[in-house]
Design a protein. Structure first.
Length: 327
């Protein structure tokens, strides 16, 4: 059975080989680089004969998430030796701890706003991104972001951490939201593989109820106002697809008690035992109605989601963030 991965995988491996050869030409190149070059050549040879991504013990495809973490692997997770299994468990535990430390406070109030989010990973680590940054300057407002990185597992969690660092750095510069996405997109393109991308919605909430929103391919945020729900359209392409992609924003005005709800597709694409998705329509119906707090909106959504799933296991990471103007 042939392992089917992104057709550009071989090209990416070949480019990595070129960088490795350049590193080996340095006078004090580590001796271990010779062994790494042999492993890369072996992977390229397996790719050319149609054996790439096939476990050498059971002849079954290696888990896609695992091969994205280690593109040189020759064995599936079930056939790693005991030492490799323990090393992987330690790495997963450390990655999960790092990811937890990057998350903002669950409940936060700043100025006329309150924020509450839920962040649920299917496995030890998540490819979802969630952040809240309160500016030290009151005029800078509050930056909120929810995103989803392509892929799963450790590789996706590393890219999620990469987004965290990008946006916190760009926010310190004081850029407008569309310019933040434009620069983050270019940096993401230059520092990730061609097959990797991220959907993202970013908002900046300021005084007077103004919220500037910019959406890079994420599900449309929901504006909840007076018991009515209005989906806000997407403006741009996911990060990482084209280096020069443009981004635009729109500004909405929230009155006292109004809320903006952002979410990843792990919410809307959750399925019941018959395979029917929860969907954006059910999410909007759940949000309709005035609730006393950002946490109350999140509770209502996740309770409705659990009723819909009716015990079916989650298939993707789930993140939901509520930004509500205080009444």
């Amino acid at each position: 059975m042939e392992f089917r991965l992104d057709p550009r995988t071989r090209e990416q491996l070949a480019r990595r080989r070129m960088r490795l050869v350049e590193a080996l030409e340095a006078p004090a190149a580590p001796r271990e680089l010779d062994d790494l070059l042999r492993r890369v050549d072996d992977a390229l040879a397996r790719f050319d004969r149609g054996a790439y991504g096939i476990c050498e013990l059971c002849a079954e495809p290696v888990e896609e998430a695992w091969i994205r973490v280690d593109p040189l692997t020759r064995f599936c997770l079930d056939h790693l030796d005991a030492a490799a299994q323990r090393a992987l468990e330690r790495d997963l535990s450390l990655a999960a701890e790092v990811q937890r430390t990057l998350l903002p406070r669950t409940d936060l109030r700043a100025g006329e706003w309150e924020i509450h989010y839920r962040y649920d990973a299917v496995g030890p680590v998540s490819g979802d991104y969630c952040d809240v940054v309160v500016s030290a300057d009151p005029a800078g407002g509050i930056l909120v972001a929810v995103g989803d990185v392509s892929g799963k597992g450790v590789a996706a969690s590393l890219l999620s951490a990469h987004l965290n660092a990008l946006f916190r750095g760009l926010d310190d510069v004081g850029l407008a939201v569309p310019e933040m996405l434009r620069r983050a997109n270019r940096l993401f393109c230059e520092s990730t593989l061609e097959s990797q991308y991220a959907t993202l919605v970013v908002g900046r909430a300021c005084g007077g109820g103004a919220i500037e929103l910019c959406n890079a391919g994420q599900g449309p945020p929901m504006l909840v106002r007076g018991g009515r729900v209005e989906p806000l359209r997407s403006h741009g392409l996911p990060l990482g697809m084209f280096c020069d992609a443009p981004y635009a924003s729109e500004t909405v005005h929230a009155g006292p008690g109004d809320a903006i709800v952002m979410y990843t597709d792990g919410i809307t694409e959750s399925r019941d035992p018959e395979g029917e998705e929860f969907g954006a329509r059910r999410l909007a119906e759940t949000l309709a109605g005035v609730r006393p707090s950002a946490r109350a909106y999140a509770d209502a959504c996740l309770q409705a989601l659990d009723r819909h799933r009716a015990g079916a296991p989650p298939i993707d990471d789930r993140t939901l963030l509520v930004l509500r103007r205080l009444a």
